[in-house]
Design a protein around this ligand. Structure first.
Ligand code: NDP
Length: 327
C-alpha cells in the first residue's frame, strides 16, 4: 500500500536552513523491516552533526535517529513486533523526522503502556546512551565520582538521575547558574558553571585534590584538556561527543603525564548493533523510568515543520532536558 509521509530531508549540508520538508513515498516493509507511524520524534545533537556534515551521510538524506509511534505493518522475520503495537527506538539509518517510515526492526522496541509516546521519543537515544556509559564502558561502583559535562541537557538530566539511582557521585557542569540548579535538582551532587569558573580547578577543590574516577565528556574541543586535568591517576576519560567541535589531535604522552590515564571514544550505535543487547538496554531504561528513578523532562516541543527552529535552539545552548518534534 504505497503512501506518502511528510519527511524532513537534507540535499546538502549546512546550517538549519538546509532542512526541507518533503512528501516522501513509503511502501511496505520488506524482510526484517517494519512501518511505523510516528507520534513524536526526538531531537539529538547527532542530528546537528549530520546536518553540518561533521558526520558525513549520503545525500539526499532524511534526518532523525529517535522516534515513537504505532507499528502499521511488519515484514517477514520480525518476531517481536506486530501491527498495532506501541513502539519506540533509537536507530540508524536516520529518517525519524517523518510522519511515518519503513525501517529495520531490530532496534525497534515494544514501548510499555505506562510510558507515553512523547516520553518514548524523548528518551531512547539519550537514555540508552546513559545506560551504556554507566554500565558498559568502564566498571563503576557505588561511591565512585563522575564528572559529567552539559549536565542539564537531554543526556545530562538522565545521567544525573541515573547516577543518583546507582549511588554514584556525579559532579556536573553546565553553561549557566539556572542550568546548574536544574542538574542539582535531578541528582547531581555538585554542579559547576563552566562559563564562569575553571571547572578542572573546582573539581580538585570538590574532591580534596584527588580528582574524579571517570569523566564523561560530550563537549569535545573546549573541555578536552580540562577533563584530563580533572582525573585521578588511572582514571578513565570517556569522550562521547563534540558539541563545541571535535577534539583536535593530541599527544598520547598527555595520558602518561597525568598518571596512566585511560581514554575511549564510544558511540551508542556500536552498543545497539546486536539486537538482543539493544532490547536489553531498552528494558533496563524502561525499568528505571517505570520505577520512577528517572523522569524524562521534555522542556521544548516543536512542530515537525519548525525543525529548523529546534536545531537553532539546540545549537545556541537554549535548551534543557529533551526536545521533541510533534508529528
Ligand atoms: P544537549 O541537550 O546536551 O545539548 C548540548 C549541550 O552542550 C548544550 O545545551 C550546552 O549545554 C553544551 N554545549 C557546550 N558547548 C557547546 C557549544 N559550543 N555549542 C552547543 N552546545 C554546547 O544534547 P544531547 O542531549 O542531544 O547530547 C549531548 C551530547 O552527547 C552531544 O554532544 C551528543 O553528540 C552526545 N551524544 C553522544 C552519543 C554517543 O553514543 N557517543 C549518543 C548521544 C549523545 P551548556 O550550555 O550547559 O554548556
Amino acid at each position: 500500500m504505497p503512501q506518502t509521509a511528510r519527511t524532513i530531508v537534507i540535499h546538502e549540508t549546512g546550517g538549519p536552513e538546509v532542512l526541507r520538508i518533503e512528501d516522501r513515498r513509503i511502501g511496505d516493509p520488506g524482510p526484517g523491516e517494519i512501518r511505523i507511524r510516528h507520534h513524536a520524534c526526538g531531537l539529538n545533537f547527532i542530528d546537528v552533526y549530520q546536518r553540518m556534515g561533521l558526520y558525513p551521510l549520503e545525500l539526499p538524506q532524511a534526518l532523525g535517529m529517535e522516534g515513537a509511534g504505532i507499528i502499521e505493518a511488519v515484514g517477514p522475520g520480525v518476531p517481536h513486533l506486530k501491527p498495532g503495537d506501541r513502539a519506540a527506538y533509537a536507530a540508524a539509518p536516520p529518517g525519524a523526522y517523518a510522519e511515518a517510515r519503513v525501517m529495520p526492526a531490530a532496534q525497534v522496541c515494544p514501548l510499555p503502556k505506562s510510558i507515553g509516546f512523547d516520553q518514548g521519543a524523548a528518551m531512547m537515544l539519550k537514555g540508552m546512551t546513559v545506560e551504556y556509559l554507566f554500565h558498559r564502558t568502564t566498571p563503576l561502583k557505588r561511591g565512585d565520582t563522575v564528572l559529567f559535562h552539559a549536565a542539564a541537557g537531554g543526556v545530562g538530566l538522565i545521567a544525573c538521575q541515573w547516577a543518583r539511582s546507582e549511588g554514584l557521585r556525579l559532579i556536573g557542569t553546565a553553561g549557566s547558574d539556572e542550568k546548574c540548579e536544574l542538574a542539582l535538582h535531578h541528582g547531581a551532587s555538585a554542579c559547576i558553571n563552566y562559563r564562569s569558573e575553571d571547572f578542572a580547578q573546582r573539581v580538585r577543590d570538590l574532591t580534596d585534590g584527588a580528582g574524579v574516577d571517570v569523566v564523561m565528556d560530550s563537549i569535545g574541543a573546549d573541555t578536552f584538556v580540562g577533563s584530563l586535568d580533572s582525573l585521578k591517576p588511572l582514571g578513565m576519560m570517556i569522550s562521547f561527543g563534540n558539541a563545541s567541535g571535535p577534539v583536535p589531535p593530541f599527544d598520547l604522552a598527555m595520558l602518561a603525564q597525568r598518571g596512566s590515564l585511560r581514554i575511549t571514544r564510544p558511540t551508542l550505535f556500536t552498543h545497539i548493533a546486536d539486537a538482543a543487547i539493544c532490547q536489553d538496554m531498552a528494558q533496563h531504561l524502561f525499568s528505571k523510568v517505570t520505577k520512577g528513578d528517572i523522569q524524562i523532562r521534555i522542556d521544548q516541543r516543536f512542530a515537525l515543520d519548525q525543525v529548523a527552529d529546534a536545531h537553532r535552539a539546540l545549537e545556541a545552548r537554549q535548551t534543557t532536558g529533551s526536545t521533541i518534534l510533534e508529528v
